[in-house]
Design a binder for this molecule. Sequence first.
Ligand code: PLP
Length: 444
Amino acid sequence: MTQINVNKLIADYPLVQDLINLKHVAWFNPNATTTEAGLPYVGLTISDVQDAEARLNRFAPYLMKAFPETQATQGIIESDVVAIANMQTALEARYQTPITGKILLKKDSHLPISGSIKARGGIYEVLTHAEKLALGAGLLSIDDNYEVLFSDKFRQFFSQYSIAVGSTGNLGMSIGIMSAKLGFSVSVHMSADARQWKKDKLRSHGVNVVEYEQDYSIAVEQGRKEAEQDPNCFFIDDENSTTLFLGYAVAGLRLKKQFAEQGVIVDKDHPLFVYLPCGVGGGPGGVAFGLKLAFGDDAHCLFAEPTHSPCMLLGVHTGLHDGISVQEIGIDNITAADGLAVGRASGFVGRAMERLIDGYYTLDDQDMYNLLGLLNKTEGIKLEPSALAGMTGCIHVTQNTNYWQSKGLSAQQMANATHLVWATGGGMVPSDEMQKYLAQAKLS
Ligand SMILES: *Cc1c(COP(=O)(O)O)cnc(C)c1O
């Protein structure tokens, strides 16, 4: 890999100096295009997403059996959208910015099975792999009721195969729990920042947890290496997987239905802004792809990252994508935001989605803790720190008049805006851990 000349990089991209100084930055990409112009670069289409949705529907009867908590939604892993009016008032006061439009919260934090956005992509990829094996062995046909997979026969069949993944925690949780339930032998390679309770929980499900003293990239690399030595082992590649990406993308079409049911209008006069916490990029990238397919130019997506791990902002802004890590510009990649502690972004997602993402911003750990406390106090909703990263997006959008005017939006249209904060995790955080998070919040 070529050495990065940091001085030259700063000269070419002065914003890099602000990143190095760990400032809160907001960058609206001047090269963002219309949805129509940007979608062809993704390399995937709406029919790929519909295919993923159909696959998840086939698995719904199995999931209802295997995870009774999914019965309420007929085996579909989906989350609620709720208004947070008290939080909106509190944000306006805290940031002394009147927010036009309405803030809604997308509670992926409370998705069944693994309590984070990873219950979309991670579980989808395991199911896709299981289906492929079972179809290939002639044990299953796509017209079958997939309930049959919940049996000793299939658990025995899957036990011949193994699955491996590298993770900072949440991806490991969803892939570990899902794989073990189907009967696979599964190894989760965990980075140093992964929480003890997540490791304990996985082990209680019979998952082999391998611990590293290094960060996410090393855990992924080691997992990949180990898997390469075993032809029956399938490695789930968080950095490059289009399957994971499609699992996330299903959220877009589903949200469109959900909004229709709730009477939330999205059109030219009612713009939708969506704020997505970004780690390696697959989750937010996949969801944003789905949103663009569902709502086109009326959906505006922004990515949020910790000041200590702004890998996607760095990669897209400099055009270097996965050719640069935050460590190479002297940033430590240490953050309390699980899932966001990623130093090098996915090259696939950065390149596929750069034209379709309007902007990127950063915030620090203390902001996330403060917002975590504020949301708990005003709405009684408990999230993990990363999941609060989306909460300051509406402040940046509201304050950057040039940005929304460049999108052809008037103050009148902004008054009708929906600001959707994608709450990516927290539903399974044990209460003693949550108390520690809450104790970090400064509310005044
Ligand atoms: C993984 C994760 C994200 C980001 O997803 P990426 O695919 O890594 O970008 C955001 N929030 C939480 C809680 C996560 O676990």
